[in-house]
Design a protein around this ligand. Structure first.
Ligand SMILES: Cc1cc2nc3c(=O)[nH]c(=O)nc-3n(C[C@H](O)[C@H](O)[C@H](O)COP(=O)(O)O)c2cc1C
Length: 168
């Protein structure tokens, strides 16, 4: 059985993205969820003066899982700042912790994005190309609509089913 973990990167812990996650996994799920807001992870630093923050311990935890689900709201057509910092810090794993970077090879990555206005163009490119570069397997993205537009609400069932198929 696939061992999955969810990383939530939003400007609020129990906001729409959190609800979108639970629309997929339900309320009784045993899939662990890590909220990046609970950790101290600072932006990428060329000097690596932040190497003792919570990023490396987080990655050490993640390498025990086969599937890493990155859950982010769409903010201005792209991922949240919290998620971007998480992605930027992958550079640490190519520079000062190559051993750990190698352990990410072959991991499956799925994206869960919540949005409320319109589907962003090119949103997946940064994730899929990052996976290619890191030797991880990109499984795709579910865009979970959290607004009230009837036309977009019609997309929800399919998007939730897509995510369930990968995660549950
Ligand atoms: C700063 C900001 C930028 C946003 N930009 C977009 C956008 O480009 N496209 C969109 O559909 N929704 C956009 N939204 C709406 C959020 O994607 C949506 O409400 C999301 O479900 C919020 O999740 P959260 O509660 O976890 O932040 C934006 C919201 C914020 C706060």
């Amino acid at each position: 059985m696939t061992k999955a973990i969810i990383i939530l990167g939003s400007s609020r812990g129990k906001g729409e993205t959190w609800h979108a996650i639970h629309e997929v996994i339900g309320n009784q799920s045993s899939i662990p969820l890590i909220d990046l807001n609970d950790l101290s992870i600072s932006p990428y630093d060329y000097e690596h003066s932040n190497q003792n923050d919570d990023y490396i311990p987080l990655i050490e935890k993640l390498v025990a899982y086969d599937l890493i689900v990155l859950a982010t709201p769409v903010y201005w057509y792209t991922m949240s700042a919290q998620m971007k910092i998480f992605i930027d810090r992958l550079s640490d794993l190519l520079e000062i912790r190559k051993d750990l970077g190698r352990k990410l090879r072959g991991k499956k990555i799925f994206i869960l994005a919540s949005f409320s206005t319109s589907l962003p163009k090119g949103f997946e490119d940064a994730f899929s190309q990052t996976c290619d570069y890191m030797g991880m397997e990109y499984l795709g993205c579910s865009f979970i609509y959290r607004g009230m537009d009837p036309a977009l609400l019609e997309t929800k069932a399919n998007q939730i089913a897509l995510a369930k198929n990968v995660m549950v």
